[in-house]
Every structure is written in C-alpha cells, then in structure tokens.
Write a protein that binds this ligand. Structure first.
Ligand SMILES: Cc1cc2nc3c(=O)[nH]c(=O)nc-3n(C[C@H](O)[C@H](O)[C@H](O)COP(=O)(O)OP(=O)(O)OC[C@H]3O[C@@H](n4cnc5c(N)ncnc54)[C@H](O)[C@@H]3O)c2cc1C
Length: 384
C-alpha cells in the first residue's frame, strides 16, 4: 500500500522525496525505538542526514545549501515523520529560524551565521516561546535594550528546540513599548549560545517526540553586538508571521507522516490478528474504522499539498497554512486514536510503534501555534 504516493508531489520534489524515503528506511526507522526509549539526542542520525544532503538544505545555494523549496521540504517531512517524529524534528530543526536570516539578514550575517548552518558545521534554533506564553506573540516579555553598540537581552525562553545544542539561535525580544502598536514592539536577533549571560538547560522529559530536545533559556544581562539585529527594529512580529506561513505547511507534513504511520501500523495489525475464527479486518466495523482513517488522511494530505501551492504563490498564505496545519495534525490524532483501538491491549505496550505514534500526535497540534490559534487565523482570513 502506497500512502505517501508521488501523485500530489510536483516533479521537482520527487527525487528528494525518494532520497528522503531511502534515508528514513535505512537510518530513521531502525533507530526509532531505541532513541524513543533513551530520549537521547540522535547525533548519529543527524550526522548521517547531513552526509546524505538532507539537513538544513533549504538554505540557498549562494550560502552553501541546496536551495530546497517549500514543496521539497514538505516531501522530506512526510517521509521522515512517517519513520519517527522525534528524530525527524531534530533533523528538520537544524536550520529552524535560519531561514529568517536568509530572508531578512545582511550579507555579513549570512556569511557569518547562515553559511555554517548550510554547510552543516553549525546548528541553530528559533527562540520565541516563553514560560508564561507561547501563543500571544505580542505579549512576550523578554526584552532587548540598546546600550552603546550592544543589545542587552533579559528574560526567559521555553520549549526551544536545540537551545542547548545550537551554536546560535534566532531570538524574539521586545524592543518597544507602544500600547497602540503591539505588533511593532518586537525584533529578532542572532544570539550565539556562548554569549555571556546565555544559560540553557533541557526541559523535563517529554512523553512524545523523545528524540528531539528542547531547552529552557535564561538571558541574564546577555550582551550581543548591535549588528546581530535581523532586519529592521520593530519588524520581528511580521517576519515571524511570514516565516510561520512556510513552517505551518511543513507541520502539515508532520501530521501527514504521522497519520500514514498510524494507518500502516493498524492495517498490518488487523490483517494478521485473529478473533472469532477470522482475521480482525473481516469485521465491517473494523473496515469502517480503516475507511475513516483513509478519509482523514487523504483529505489532509490533499489539502496540505494544495496549501503549499497557495503559500508558494503568496495567495492568502496565512489562511491556507493554518488550514493545512490544523487539518493534518488533527488527522494524525484521529488516525492514531483509531489505530490504538484496533491494536487492542497491545496498543499500550510502549515498545509498539502505534503507542509511539499515539504519544507523538499530541505535539504538532500544539507547536508552531496551537490549533485554537490556527482557527482564529482561519476565521479572520477566510474568503468572504
Ligand atoms: C515539542 C515542542 C517543541 C517546541 N519547539 C519550539 C521551538 O523550537 N521554539 C519555540 O519558540 N517554541 C517551541 N514550542 C512552543 C510552542 O510553539 C508552544 O507550546 C505553543 O505556541 C503554545 O504555547 P503555550 O504552550 O505557551 O500555550 P499557551 O499560550 O499558554 O496556550 C495554552 C492553550 O490555551 C488556549 N489558547 C491560548 N490562547 C488562545 C486564543 N487566543 N484563542 C483560543 N485558545 C487559546 C489553547 O488551547 C492553547 O493550547 C515547542 C513546543 C513543543 C511542545
């Protein structure tokens, strides 16, 4: 059964999709259970991904990457997430936020910070969320104040992928205090993780996405050079919003990959398991569950690839990105829920893939903007 078929995938993304599948089969799938159990950072798989030319390669050729476009990154996401979400996130997070430097940074920043990421010599991350809020981008409290030729950062960030492992992070901080211009009060900065006053430690163990690591960052009189401001002061919110339109299409791919994993696992199980003298798949109620999973999956995947076209063409991008993110991540939850039921008691054995998928699907409905926030965006940008 070919769930992640090539039919929806544009010609130019098919070769990289095949490479991603080959890599996932060879390197991610066999390592998934072990990393899930240990919760270790999958350095070996990450390095193999770099060798395969599949990590941080959305950065343009001019800066040492392969210039993968949105559709190519989406194709990789589907394949990687079907194999294991935690490892997949680590691989895809190696350049998370660096795209903002590529789009809005100056030549010096690109040479100094972007190129080493594209050449796989450095890792980065995106530090937006805080302990008190992740949803309210105009309500965050980490500050950046100008002092001579430096910016001084104070505050805390939470949930930051690679916050410990990264060489630098793109960090979102408050630079203004205008109550009439809430969205104009924020800016983005390149913050080296070895800067004085940057302290990061891993957050407590998670129930899912075990092979990805997030950090709690404390910025205490953390000083960075003035030239580390990305783009224009006060434009941080708008740069992030633009970035998330791309990111949420990719998160759609996370949901599609996870839903495919749940279907694959459930389908195999019910065709093998016997009850009442026949295999479980012969019961119509079971067949209907599998049919519903197909409905959820195919609708979400078709929407996600269509939304990728809309975002690439900047055609009401925020609306389409939110639709895809919400539909696909919720399809993954629904498919995993049914997949668990079809596994009976064996569903809860932690060593079984379906139980890993079931725990993982709880996470993409939250990150890159909780789905409740996506619904706000969908409503507010819906065509009239
Ligand atoms: C595994 C993982 C990795 C992550 N990686 C990163 C990362 O690399 N960088 C980063 O910056 N962040 C990261 N995050 C953080 C993530 O983006 C936030 O958790 C998310 O935006 C939600 O923020 P919050 O947890 O503070 O929830 P809150 O903002 O406290 O919201 C809690 C809940 O309240 C409801 N809610 C809040 N506001 C509204 C509203 N306006 N309308 C309707 N309902 C609402 C929603 O149900 C929401 O889920 C990660 C999170 C996880 C779990």
């Amino acid at each position: 059964m070919e769930l992640l078929s090539e039919t929806l995938v544009p010609e130019r993304a098919r070769e990289v999709k095949r490479a991603a599948r080959e890599f996932a089969t060879e390197h991610i799938e066999p390592a998934a259970a072990e990393y899930y159990a240990s919760g270790e950072y999958p350095w070996e798989v990450l390095e193999a991904g770099m060798d395969a030319g599949l990590v941080a390669q959305d950065i343009g050729e001019e800066w040492g990457g392969r210039g993968f476009d949105l559709h190519q990154v989406l194709a990789i996401a589907e394949e990687f997430y079907k194999a294991d979400a935690g490892i997949a996130l680590t691989l895809q997070l190696a350049s998370f936020g660096a795209e903002i430097v590529e789009d809005h940074g100056d030549e010096w920043q690109k040479e100094e910070f972007l190129r080493p990421v594209a050449e796989n010599d450095q890792l980065t991350g995106l530090a937006v969320s805080e302990p008190e809020t992740g949803s309210d981008l105009a309500g965050m409290s980490t500050t950046a104040e100008k002092d001579g030729d430096e910016w001084v950062l104070d505050g805390e960030k939470y949930w930051i992928g690679n916050g410990v492992e990264a060489d630098w992070v793109t960090l979102y901080a408050k630079t203004g205090d205008d109550p009439n211009n809430r969205y104009g009060n924020y800016s983005l900065f390149i913050v080296p993780t070895d800067a004085d006053g940057y302290h990061a430690e891993h957050i407590p163990e998670k129930m899912g996405f075990r092979a990805s690591k997030q950090a709690h960052i404390v910025l205490d009189d953390c000083r960075i050079p003035e030239e580390n401001l990305i783009g224009v002061e006060g434009a941080g919110f708008y740069m992030l919003a633009e970035f998330f339109n791309h990111g949420r299409i990719i998160v759609g791919g996370h949901g599609v990959g996870l839903a495919a994993a749940a279907i694959e696992e459930a389908w195999a199980f019910v065709h093998d398991r016997e009850a009442f003298g026949k295999t479980v798949d012969e019961f119509q109620a079971v067949q209907h569950k599998l049919a519903d999973m197909q409905l959820d999956f195919q609708s979400a995947r078709t929407l996600t690839w269509h939304a990728a076209d809309r975002v690439a063409e900047q055609d009401n991008a925020g609306y389409w990105a939110a639709l895809a993110k919400t539909q696909a991540t919720e399809a993954a939850m629904d498919c995993a829920e049914r997949g668990m039921q079809l596994h009976g008691g064996r569903s809860v054995l932690t060593e079984n893939r379906i139980s890993r998928v079931y725990r993982d699907v709880r996470i993409p409905v939250i990150y890159e903007g909780a789905n409740d926030i996506q619904r706000n965006l969908i409503y507010n940008q819906a065509p009239q």
